[in-house]
Design a protein around this ligand. Structure first.
Ligand SMILES: Nc1nc2c(ncn2[C@@H]2O[C@H](COP(=O)(O)OP(=O)(O)OP(=O)(O)O)[C@@H](O)[C@H]2O)c(=O)[nH]1
Ligand SMILES: [Mg+2]
Length: 253
């Protein structure tokens, strides 16, 4: 068989399940650390439940993903996960899902591993969201997930410090209400509301334009140049205010 014939024949097997996201549908990628419970405990020895150094690794990885060839209009990170909202009209790789999943997981793993000096692997999935409301709801979901995780993690580690074993600490908080969890922390002298917002709400990253004074050596004059920079928000709003924040990002593009 000639190579061209063989090539055409085999491509069918490779591309038969290639799905593309339809035009007019928003895409959000969620990238999540693989086995990071172990990585944060054994390889990194990060502070529990939250560590600034780990947060910074995730923020730097998010920044990289926002500037690696995909038009990302908003990045969000909490715990070991990153969400990326793409421009509605993005058309790189013909919107083929397998390209986004494999490249973004690869870029995230490579960047994180370089920063961490050890292997850190991420997976990636694409959510297809039919309208602006579902995009807002998606980010509200992750924002509120961050809040719940933070409360549970602080309770868990507080009990562990008080000599509860893993199982007892987990089962103690399992059936407690939000109010009771807040009370539990308070009884040990920790005011949950006073904790840094990035722990409870995650971190948001978005593009902004900045004016910079440069120098034109040919004309020997100072010139103002505009450049796009990534802004990092460590104090994201919550609930309706966060919905409005996401709406504004969707409108700005
Ligand atoms: N010590 C520490 N751990 C963190 C921090 N942020 C996230 N983690 C850990 O990262 C893990 C993320 O949870 P998951 O993604 O559900 O668990 P995983 O082990 O990565 O499992 P898979 O995602 O299914 O592979 C949790 O166990 C957190 O404790 C941090 O700032 N400090
Ligand atoms: Mg994970």
């Amino acid at each position: 068989m000639k190579f061209d014939e063989l090539d055409a024949q085999m491509r069918i097997y490779e591309t038969s399940v290639d799905c593309c996201v339809l035009p007019g549908i928003y895409m959000v990628a969620r990238i999540d650390g693989r086995n990071f419970t172990r990585l944060t405990k054994e390889k990194g020895k990060f502070e529990t439940p939250f560590d600034n150094k780990f947060r910074d690794l995730m923020v730097e990885t998010t920044k990289h993903l926002m500037d690696c060839g995909f038009k990302v209009i908003y990045g969000y990170t909490e715990s070991d996960e990153i969400s990326l909202l793409f421009d509605l009209d993005i058309d790189v790789f013909g919107r083929k899902i397998r390209k986004y999943n494999s490249i973004l997981a690869g870029e995230a793993s490579a960047k994180f591993s370089l920063l961490f000096n050890d292997i850190g692997v991420f997976d990636c999935r694409i959510c297809q969201l039919p309208n602006r409301k579902s995009v807002v709801d998606y980010f509200r979901w992750r924002n509120e997930d961050a809040h719940r995780n933070a409360l549970n993690a602080h309770c868990y580690w507080m009990l562990r410090k008080e000599n509860y074993n893993k199982k007892d600490a987990a089962s103690y908080i399992e059936h407690k209400t939000t109010f009771e969890k807040n009370e539990l922390l308070f009884s040990y002298g920790l005011n949950f509301n006073g904790l840094p917002n990035w722990q409870k709400r995650g971190v948001g990253l978005y593009w902004a334009t900045e004016e910079k004074v440069g120098y034109n050596p040919k004309d020997k004059v100072e010139v103002k140049v505009k450049r796009n920079v990534i802004r990092i928000e460590y104090n994201l709003p919550m609930r309706e205010e966060y919905s409005n924040f996401i709406e504004k990002i969707l409108e700005k593009k």
